[in-house]
Ligand binder design. Structure first.
Ligand code: C2E
Ligand code: CA
Ligand code: CA
Length: 820
């Protein structure tokens, strides 16, 4: 892991939590301030130290020169003393060079000189103990020049000789007249640099360039020997007199000042004054170390302090976060107790208030979610919960030991679904207040009927109720449904209005019809809608009722195939005049020649086709077939109107008139050739819409008949408003007519009323000559039934017609009408 990444990770770790972030921020700030002040001090210390050293070096140079002068004086005095010594002067007078040389040596050694020369008055060398004294003659000449200026005093010069540094002093020898000059040379290099170091604390080195030229050599130095060697190794040729720079020698940083000591000669002698910067800065370094330690301590103290502070902040914040998380999970029950006197405390308190009010609301919502406000009954949600519980209980395996009885326990659970008939009507006509009251009364009556332990009455919504019957099988549930129907039968009086309560009830039972609450509810609903369609009161679930069941789907496929493959046929049942026995029309009835099942009666697939909506395709086929047939009959001189049966679904189709019009046009058949039979219940499903469709059809010229009259609930007064031409009295009344006097009365009053309304009347189910006679006696207009003919194929119809006209009709007409 590389460093920047490690940093990034550390930063991410720190920033993940508020506490860490606070600590990190404090520490970063502290470190930044400390680092800044550290750098600033360091910089200014270094700058100050260098300036200080510069001044010290300048001073050192002056001291160095002063020391040289001082030394020259001392040595000059010493030499003067020697030159004035009697013994010395006498020796010089001997003119014996060897004697003079040994005197020079002796006297010189006494004052510490390592070189001694005697010159004559004209500065020519007279005697010396030094073997290579000749080499000093250029220096002597310079000294001689000086001496003329200095009158009788000593003169001196510093010079390199033999790789050493010497201070040469020249003094006159008088006896009493000038008889010569003495030159003494002192090897003073080490003393000089040492002295300078003692006074100024500077390092001093004397450098000599060898006679050979370029190489520099250290003559004396206060430096460590390795540093001195390094210094000597540098090239000191050229440069100014006070050449100065920074030197890095043997790892130590120096400021240096270099002086040329023999400027008037051949620049072979230099002094280098140095001061170690590191040494000068060392005390400050110490200080910085202390500062760094203080910083380190500060970091620790700060870290501890900020951790504490952060914890003071984050502990309650974390507690708050946990509380918020609990609330998020929907746990509104645990109080939020955070003791803090600051803003966090306020926040905690606000959160606690929120929790309390949400808790209260939650309870209210739960209450509302499971109970119906109007009736006080459980609602759909509660019903599902209870049904699921009852099903689980019923499905729980029970281990029966010998002798045990499973007390009344049954594995059946039934669901009863109940929908009030025409409740919308009550709401629309009598108002919502009465509608609400009615629902409350229904709830009360239902609860009175279903009082067994475990029974549950619920309002699912609108005018829909459900009853849960644990332990009841389908038969038991249907018995309960009967009791419910009976309980609802007593008329209800609300605000002086008498209301007939009637409900359609569907029953579904576990395990036969489903294993779970939703399936049972769905299937009870399917049964309930079937009951409503049939006006059957109560029905239990049957897959045949269910347009979603597998059986239904396969039946639907078979029906589709029936149309595509021409398995359907049209049967015609004649309608004749009761007065003249003339053939006045025929009813078209569909027949299905199933390849496997043979003839399938219409009652086995028409209701199903109505439920699934397939009836529209079927009606389209029948219409087409009818119009084609009519053209065939017309060609045979049998152009009688054909009656087509329409179902509710057809009537709800607002495009139906348009479809009829285009079919009529396509076949070139007049509208008068069609009569449409509609049952009362089909109209009553949505009277407004039905009326609109019928109006259009009537305007086209199509005749309209009310089918199965007497079985529904419609009143003649209502029918008056419909554009109807004909009534068909249901065959059940006709067939019972000669046995049941009530039925006879119904038929009679229907005929009369229909005539009063200007409608013609058809009697269905005319099976016997006696029916015929009675109907003739009642003034009924037309008859249809087995007596005249069974439904016939188109081919049979022509044959029948000729037979009827030739003979059969006359037999019926000859019999006198029966007067009832
Ligand atoms: P529906 O419209 O009342 O038709 C009359 C039914 O009574 C026919 O039964 C007919 O065969 C039967 N019938 C006629 N004369 C007599 C009689 O003297 N005695 C007795 N007992 N019955 C008689 P079908 O053909 O079985 O039709 C039954 C029902 O199926 C029809 O009742 C009608 O509601 C429906 N249906 C038949 N064909 C069609 C159709 O093409 N479209 C529509 N929407 N429904 C049809
Ligand atoms: Ca009919
Ligand atoms: Ca009928």
């Amino acid at each position: 892991m590389n460093l920047p990444r490690a940093w990034r990770e550390a930063a991410r770790w720190l920033s993940r939590r508020l506490g860490r972030r606070i600590v990190a921020l404090f520490l970063a700030l502290l470190l930044a301030v400390q680092a800044l002040s550290f750098v600033a001090t360091r910089e200014s210390v270094a700058r100050n130290a260098r300036a200080q050293i510069g001044r010290e070096l300048q001073l050192g140079e002056r001291v160095f020169h002063r020391l040289l002068e001082q030394r020259a004086h001392q040595l000059g005095d010493g030499a003067m003393l020697l030159a004035s010594d009697y013994g010395f002067r006498s020796a010089v007078a001997t003119k014996d060079a060897a004697t003079i040389a040994s005197v020079l040596l002796n006297h010189g050694q006494r004052i510490g000189a390592s070189i001694a020369l005697l010159l004559d008055a004209d500065f020519a060398l007279r005697a010396t103990a030094h073997p290579r004294a000749e080499a000093l003659m250029p220096v002597v000449r310079r000294l001689a020049e000086q001496s003329s200026a200095a009158a009788a005093g000593p003169v001196s010069e510093i010079a390199a000789f033999d790789g050493q540094v010497y201070q040469l002093v020249m003094v006159p020898v008088r006896s009493p007249l000038l008889i010569g000059w003495v030159v003494m040379g002192f090897d003073m290099a080490q003393t000089l640099v040492q002295e300078l170091r003692e006074i100024t604390a500077l390092h001093a080195s004397l450098l000599v360039r060898g006679a050979d030229g370029a190489r520099w050599r250290i003559a004396a130095s206060t430096l460590r020997s390795d540093q001195a060697d390094a210094l000597g190794g540098l090239d000191w040729t050229g440069g100014s007199r006070a050449w100065r720079e920074r030197l890095l020698i043997a790892g130590e940083d120096f400021s240096a000042r270099s002086l040329v000591l023999d400027a008037h000669a051949d620049h072979r002698l230099r002094a280098v004054l140095m001061r170690s910067v590191d040494e000068a800065v060392a005390p400050y370094r110490q200080l910085q170390l202390v500062l760094a330690m203080i910083t380190g301590l500060g970091v620790v103290v700060f870290a501890a302090g900020s951790v504490l502070t952060a914890r003071r902040i984050t502990t309650p914040v974390r507690a708050l976060a946990q509380a918020a998380e609990r609330l998020g999970r929907g746990d509104y029950g645990s109080p939020i107790a955070i003791e803090a006197a600051d803003e966090i405390g306020d926040l905690a308190q606000a959160l606690e208030h929120m929790r309390q009010s949400v808790d209260a609301q939650q309870r209210e919502i739960t209450r509302l979610a499971y109970w119906d406000g109007l009736t006080g009954l459980p609602n759909r949600a509660q019903f599902r919960v209870s049904a699921s519980a009852a099903l689980a209980e019923a499905q729980r395996p029970v281990v029966l030991r010998p002798g045990d009885r499973r007390d009344g326990a049954s594995t059946h659970v039934s669901v009863l679904m109940l929908d009030m008939d025409r409740f919308k009507h009550v709401n629309d006509v009598l108002g919502y207040d009465i509608g609400d009251d009615m629902l409350k009364q229904v709830a009360r009556r239902l609860s009175q009927v279903c009082m067994r332990q475990g029974d549950l009455v619920a309002r699912l919504g609108g005018d829909e109720f459900a009853v849960l019957l644990p332990g009841a099988d389908t038969l038991g549930a249907l018995r309960v449904a009967e009791r419910v129907t009976a309980a609802l039968e007593a008329p209800l009086v609300l605000q002086d209005q008498t209301i007939d309560l009637r409900a359609s009830i569907g029953v579904a039972t576990s395990p036969d019809h489903g294993q779970d609450a939703d399936t049972l509810l769905n299937r009870a609903e399917v049964a309930m809608y079937a009951a409503k369609r049939r006006g059957a009161g109560a029905l239990s679930y049957d897959p045949a009722l269910d347009s979603g069941s597998a059986r239904t789907l396969s039946l639907l496929g078979a029906l589709r195939r029936a149309i595509d493959q021409g398995e359907l046929r049209l049967a015609l049942q004649p309608k004749v005049s009761l007065r003249t026995a003339a053939i006045e029309g025929a009813e078209a009835l569909v027949r299905w020649q199933h390849p496997q099942r043979g003839w399938v009666p219409p009652m086995e697939f028409i209701p199903f086709a109505e439920q699934t909506g397939f009836i529209r395709s079927l009606t389209a086929w029948i219409l087409d077939e009818c119009l084609r047939t009519w053209r065939v009959l017309q060609a045979q001189g049998l152009a009688v109107p054909l009656s087509v049966n329409l179902s509710t679904r057809d009537l709800m189709d607002l495009d139906l008139p348009q479809k009829f019009a285009s079919a009529l046009q396509r076949h070139g058949v007049p509208a008068e050739a069609l009569c449409l039979e509609i049952t009362e219940s089909a109209i009553m499903d949505d009277p407004a819409r039905a009326q609109l469709t019928l109006q259009h059809l009537h305007e086209m010229g199509v005749r309209l008949a009310i089918d199965d009259f007497g079985t529904g609930y419609s009143s003649l007064a209502y029918l008056k408003r419909l554009p109807v031409d004909e009534l068909k009295i249901d065959k059940s009344f006709v067939m019972q007519m000669d046995r049941d006097s009530d039925d006879a009365k119904i038929v009679r009053s229907t005929v009369d009323l229909a005539h009063n309304l200007g409608l013609s009347v058809v009697a269905e189910g005319v099976e016997t000559p006696s029916h015929w006679r009675v109907l003739r006696g009642l003034g009924c207009d037309y008859a249809q039934g087995y007596l005249i003919a069974r439904p016939l194929s188109v081919a049979q119809f022509a044959t029948w017609a000729s037979q009827w006209r030739g003979h059969d009709a006359r037999v019926l007409l000859d019999a006198p009408p029966t007067v009832v």
